[in-house]
Design a binder for this molecule. Structure first.
Ligand code: CUA
Length: 187
């Protein structure tokens, strides 16, 4: 019977340790939720708010993703729209030309399997799925070169799937856009 006070004591210790861990776990959960809210508001990282679909089998035949319509188009309000198709194992166009200090809308989709869509040093980071159009809006603040790697495993050629985003001065872009309907920097 001399063990009774001991087991009482160890039950107290166990309860105290459990309470301490519960506080740690609740604290971690609050931290993670706070991070989601912070990144959502501060970096505008949000899941897409709408779903647009497209038939991946007729991409090349009709609609906005036919080859002659890919690349950068200047809109009447001065903004630009970039249309991109991803396929094993490249993006079309391979080099995307956009003006700095101009609202840019990317519209991209996949012709075959799921690919990744990421532009370094921006908050653009998503997936391109066959059948869905992914849309992103951003503004590049200064002329720069960005890499655009596929970051979703899409087959044996995945690691060779890259494109480039070249941001050029707004006036230089306007001069180039005066002569053509669609722009890219593919040579
Ligand atoms: Cu496309 Cu990995």
């Amino acid at each position: 019977m001399s063990q009774a006070p001991h087991s009482h004591e160890s039950a107290d210790v166990a309860a105290r340790v459990e309470r301490r861990w519960a506080i740690v776990v609740i604290g971690l959960m609050c931290l993670l939720i706070a991070m989601v809210i912070f990144t959502g508001l501060h970096w505008a990282m949000m899941p897409p708010s709408r779903v647009e679909t497209v038939d991946p089998l007729s991409l090349h035949i009709s609609g906005e993703f036919v080859e002659s319509n890919l690349g950068t188009a200047t809109e009447s309000d001065g903004s630009v729209t970039v249309r991109i198709v991803a396929q094993q194992y490249s993006f079309t166009p391979q080099c995307i030309l956009v003006p700095a200090n101009t609202p840019v809308t990317f519209r991209a989709t996949s012709a075959d399997v799921v690919h990744g869509f990421l532009i370094t040093h921006t908050n653009i980071n998503s997936m391109l799925e066959p059948g869905d159009i992914s849309t992103f809006r951003t503004t590049f603040e200064q002329p720069d070169d960005h890499l655009m790697p596929c970051h979703e495993f899409c087959g044996v050629g995945h690691e060779g799937m890259w494109a480039h985003v070249k941001v050029i001065d707004h006036d230089a872009y306007t001069r180039m856009a005066a002569n053509t309907r669609r722009l890219s920097c593919v040579q």
